[in-house]
Design a protein around this ligand. Structure first.
Ligand SMILES: [Ca+2]
Ligand SMILES: [Ca+2]
Ligand SMILES: [Ca+2]
Ligand SMILES: [Ca+2]
Ligand SMILES: [Zn+2]
Length: 352
């Protein structure tokens, strides 16, 4: 048995491929079957608490992945510890990272024998999905869900990702928002890694999504992310103000810009889909917003498709007002997905 750990600290190491797998003796490490049961400490995840609810939600979000793998979750564990034959989740402190996954494995068979996950109880985590509370939207709290999904990703068999937008990179800004709600998710990169390890789910698991975040580089093993952008039609920068932690671009009526979003296929199969672009009077994008343009997009898993399209700011908009440019993937709702909540997002503009 050999132990491993991956802390959410910045480490110095080489650049990885998009999704990297935990390996030992040349074997990818995974569970022997297609499931693992985690046991949550009763102290840190008591009955009726938002922490238990958020942990359950995080497990469910991982289980939306298109591989055959699913987690089970048991609550109320009264005794947790390393290498005790149980996969456990608890809160503690003083291990030098916001959260950490430790694992034990048989390097010859390439199988996990145990995975434990710890969260640092001195970190300002929140279970809220209200974006104004969260670091990526100017709030004061680290989203619990993104960090939990990252650590659970290690327990699937995934290592860190440096080369694409991924929950297995910097987790807290791998997130989806529409309106006031920000929702964590497993994402294309981690999904592809899970499929590489476990194969496809025998049922039909399809999911398209679009995010207002993109890959910008890496810090050690971790991909770094930033918001997608409004650019000039030539691809140059456009001035913006930062409002509540979010960019609001200064645009001119009648002018053409490039609008950038990251499209993901988190599902089993390649999809040909329609993507709509809209202008909205608020940050909640829906099909009742004013359509600007529709494009066709073909999207397979194993690429995060950060894509720019040109749009012209309608001259009917009011100068001096704020608007939101939005996008909807599968705009005609022709694809049944494991979640439709990640299909719409926005970028803020102020019109001159
Ligand atoms: Ca136990
Ligand atoms: Ca344990
Ligand atoms: Ca759909
Ligand atoms: Ca979706
Ligand atoms: Zn990690």
């Amino acid at each position: 048995m050999y132990g491993g750990a991956a802390a959410l600290a910045f480490a110095i190491s080489g650049v990885a491929e998009a999704y990297t797998l935990i390996t030992c003796n040349g074997n990818n490490i995974r569970w022997n079957g297609n499931s693992a049961t985690m046991r949550a400490s009763n102290v840190g995840f008591p009955s009726g608490s938002s922490w238990r609810s958020a942990l359950g939600s995080s497990i469910s979000l991982v289980n939306q992945n298109p591989s055959a793998f699913d987690y089970g979750i048991v609550y109320g564990d009264t005794s947790v510890g390393f290498n005790n034959g149980q996969n456990e989740i608890w809160w503690t402190s003083g291990f030098g990272a916001p959260a950490i996954a430790n694992w034990w494995m048989n390097c010859n068979t390439g199988r996990f024998t145990e995975v434990d996950i710890r969260f640092d109880n001195t970190v300002a985590y929140t279970t809220s999905t209200s974006k104004s509370s969260l670091w990526p939207y100017g709030g004061s709290y680290r989203p619990f869900h993104t960090t939990a999904i990252h650590e659970l990703g290690h327990g699937v068999g995934l290592s860190h990702t440096a080369t694409t937008y991924s929950i297995m990179g910097q987790d807290w800004d791998h997130i989806h928002a529409n309106g006031s709600t920000a929702r964590a998710y497993f994402g294309e990169d981690a999904s592809s890694g899970a499929v590489a390890l476990y194969g496809l789910n025998p049922g039909t698991v399809e999911d398209l999504g679009v995010a207002q975040w993109r890959h910008t580089g890496s810090s050690g093993e971790y991909s770094t992310h930033a918001r997608t952008r409004v650019l000039t039609s030539a691809g140059g920068g456009v001035s913006y103000s930062t409002i509540n932690g979010e960019p609001r671009y200064n645009v001119t009526k009648g002018q053409t810009y490039r609008l950038e979003f990251s499209f993901e296929n988190n599902g089993e199969s390649y999809q040909s889909t329609k993507v709509g672009y809209y202008v909205s009077t608020n940050d909640y994008i829906s099909t009742v917003d004013t359509p600007l343009k529709t494009i066709s997009m073909g999207l397979g898993r194993n690429t995060v498709y950060t894509y720019q399209t040109t749009i012209t700011i309608p001259s009917t908009l009011n100068s001096g007002q704020n608007y939101w440019l939005g996008t909807i993937i599968d705009k005609d709702s022709t694809l049944s997905e494991v979640t439709e909540t990640n299909n719409r997002t926005y970028l803020a503009i102020r019109v001159n």
